[in-house]
Design a protein. Structure first.
Length: 151
């Protein structure tokens, strides 16, 4: 995650991800998209490389807040790096736009955790673009930018 924390990371976020919290909601999203988005959120928090591999399209691209491009392999390497942890997160200002075979999920998140033994905290506005390919929802693109800390 060092590469994402330093230049700032981008994620799909659900309203709540704590293990004992209510199931996150994606109002207006098809049930299969909501399940995929929740799985993506949890895979990031858990550093689950297998789930991330399945949920990200092979041609996935992240453009982070430093205007750097990252591939699917780079994204997964960051989230599964030794010494990286991400705390469960909440979403503010959630955005959900869905069409027949595509969707935009986004919002603002405050990400916290540890990277290389040091705590991090960053507030980001993100946009994840999802596409339904072969009957399965996959993230194809993410963009993130820093926003001011929540007052």
């Amino acid at each position: 995650m060092r590469a994402l924390i330093a230049p700032v990371m981008a994620l799909t976020a659900a309203p709540v991800l704590a293990a004992d919290a209510p199931t996150p909601a994606y109002p207006g999203a098809p049930a299969d998209l909501a399940r995929a988005a929740i799985a993506f959120d949890r895979a990031q928090v858990k550093g689950d490389g297998a789930a991330l591999t399945d949920l990200l399209a092979d041609d996935y691209l992240l453009v982070n807040s430093q205007d750097q491009r990252e591939t699917k392999a780079q994204f997964i390497a960051d989230y599964t790096a030794p010494g990286f942890t991400m705390d469960p997160f909440a979403i503010d200002d959630q955005v959900i736009k869905v069409c027949s075979d595509g969707a935009i999920l986004g919002g603002v998140v405050t990400m916290t955790g540890m990277s290389d033994g040091k705590p991090y905290s960053v507030r980001l506005r993100f946009t994840d673009v999802w596409a339904k390919r072969g009957g399965k929802w996959r993230v194809i693109f993410t963009h993130a930018n820093r926003v001011a800390a929540k007052p």
